[in-house]
Design a protein around this ligand. Structure first.
Ligand code: NAD
Length: 498
């Protein structure tokens, strides 16, 4: 059986805590290996390695640091197929979807290759008599990332790509459910020329996370996962004086205006609602048709599409989506469908009984579709994180705008319309961090920033794009004057530039 340890000091090391957890293959339901869960001492060993290696890396000129990232990009292209297969077998998503997970991570590494330009400071000549001022960005030192199961390639790269390019050493604590790809990415970084100790992967659970949060040598923590954990990490990390950016769960709405092209809206809902079995933080989980006529037209087209979704094993390239990540996740999602029925929502398509022939122990379910969901129901308020779409009928545009604005979560939102005025008004007023106009999953491209609002994000700034360089560096400002500009005598009043 495969045994996954940690990646510390540039090499794979076995776990020593004696604690492990199973890694499943969701498409068969079998245990395919086990991953070590780090102790506080193992986390500390990673920090010691990182701390020793970081100053020399920060002193390596930024062009050379960028070249390591460029070689890493090449190596990931070489390994693209094998990484995607490893990812699909641990996560459960289909191979084409796994390739997208890797690609969206690589795009942030591509962005980080611009580090010589991105880390430039500012300079003002003659800010006062004989006085020049300049600012510089410096690495923080040792920083950490704690990442979720649902994008085991993309989110680790969103974190370590910019952090390492800035000259930091990085401790990654990936999800214990699918640790294989993060470990492989660390090996590829070393092959690309990264010095040992600059990227460490410490596998584990709460014990490893708490050790990160309490470690005085870790200067910043980037987290992505569910909202209760995001909030916990934000508080505890800030309590020990760290920078913290913690991104949480979501309930993403898609508004369908009466003038929308209904075929396009249905295509968008099917892909964004059920792709990756709904296990995406930017998945659409609530459809909001405006007016009963729009709702009826939507349901008429949507029901047969949901009924004909093709669920399959991760290795079937023709499947629309694969199994959920674990049996516990499957039971949880089915529990929400049961709850929705109890709460009085109308289950228009029921995928709970779906069985995958030949893979009877896999963690599969079919697509589910609820109509007549009301804002006070728990299936509306809480994140389900599965292939379940809820339709909330809004009587008019004002109500449709109010729903995502007043929802606890504020990650992504979309509006489908041909009306530019409505779209512009919606984008300006909705209280959500990322907005799509006729784009169902508005994940910003790597050189913009990604971040949700309200219960979807604690701390700032956003991840990737220019904000990532701000997050992983500190600014130093130097005010300089040379002897020819100095006047004789002490100055006791507040210095002024005159
Ligand atoms: P999770 O919160 O269970 O786990 C995330 C990380 O936190 C993992 O590394 C895990 O080991 C660790 N963790 C779990 N419980 C902990 C505890 N009690 N104390 C300390 N650490 C703990 O999330 P998940 O199930 O892996 O991922 C799915 C969630 O992530 C969903 O809520 C999804 O919306 C969210 N997500 C958000 C974004 C975003 O950018 N906003 C992106 C992807 C996923």
């Amino acid at each position: 059986m495969r045994e996954i340890g940690h990646f510390i000091g540039g090499k794979n090391v076995a776990g020593t805590s004696g604690r492990y957890t199973d890694v499943f293959e969701p498409m068969t339901g079998e245990v395919q290996g086990r991953v070590a869960l780090a102790s506080k001492a193992e986390l500390r060993a990673a920090v010691e390695n990182a701390k020793a290696a970081q100053p020399a890396w920060a002193a390596t000129n930024p062009q050379r640091r960028a070249r390591v990232m460029m070689r890493f990009l090449d190596l990931c292209q070489r390994e693209y197929d094998s990484l995607a297969e490893l990812l699909a077998r641990e996560h459960g998503k289909t191979i084409p979807d796994a390739k997208g997970d890797i690609q969206r991570g690589l795009e942030v590494v591509e962005f980080a290759c611009g580090i010589p330009h991105l880390m430039k400071g500012e300079y003002t000549e003659g800010a006062g008599p004989g006085i020049d001022i300049y600012s510089m960005r410096q690495a923080l030192g040792v920083v950490a990332g704690i990442t979720p199961f649902n994008f085991p390639a993309m989110i680790p790269m969103w974190k370590f790509g910019p952090a390492i390019a800035c000259g930091n050493a990085f401790i990654l604590k990936p999800s214990e459910r699918d640790p294989g790809v993060p470990m492989r990415l660390a090996e590829l970084m070393i092959e690309a020329g990264l010095p040992a100790g600059i990227l460490n992967v410490v596998n584990g659970d709460k014990e490893a996370v708490d050790a990160i949060l309490d470690d005085p040598d870790i200067k910043a923590v980037g987290f992505v996962g569910s909202s209760p954990i995001a909030q916990y990490i934000y508080h505890r990390a800030a309590g020990t004086g760290k920078r913290a950016q913690c991104f949480g769960g979501a309930k993403n709405h898609m508004i369908i205006m009466p003038d929308a092209d209904m075929n396009q809206a249905v295509d968008a809902l099917i892909g964004a609602g059920y792709g990756s079995a709904g296990e995406r933080c930017m998945a659409i989980s609530v459809a909001v048709p405006v007016g009963n006529g729009t709702a009826d037209a939507l349901m008429e087209k949507l029901i047969p599409r949901v009924e004909s979704l093709k669920v399959g094993p991760s290795t079937d390239p023709s499947a629309d989506f694969g199994p959920l990540v674990t049996r516990a996740a499957l039971d949880r999602v089915k529990g929400y469908v049961d709850l929705g029925i109890q709460e009085g929502a109308k289950l228009a398509v029921d995928g709970r009984e779906f069985r995958m022939q030949g893979y009877e122990n896999g963690f599969y379910m079919g697509g589910c579709l609820f109509d007549e969901v009301k804002p006070d129901m728990r299936i509306y308020k809480e994140e389900i994180f599965g292939p379940v779409l809820s339709v909330v009928r809004a009587k008019d545009y004002a109500e449709a705008l109010r729903l995502p604005t007043e929802h606890e979560y504020g990650n992504g939102v979309a509006i489908f319309t041909r009306d530019g005025d409505a779209a512009r008004d919606f984008a300006a007023k909705v209280d959500v961090g990322m907005v799509g106009i006729n784009v169902p999953i508005p994940v910003p491209i790597a050189y913009y920033t990604f971040g949700g609002w309200k219960a979807s994000g604690f701390g700032d700034p956003n991840q990737h794009g220019p904000d990532s360089i701000r997050f992983y560096t500190k600014t130093k400002t130097v005010t300089s004057r040379w002897p020819s500009g100095l006047k004789e005598g002490a100055e006791f009043s507040m210095p002024l530039m005159q």
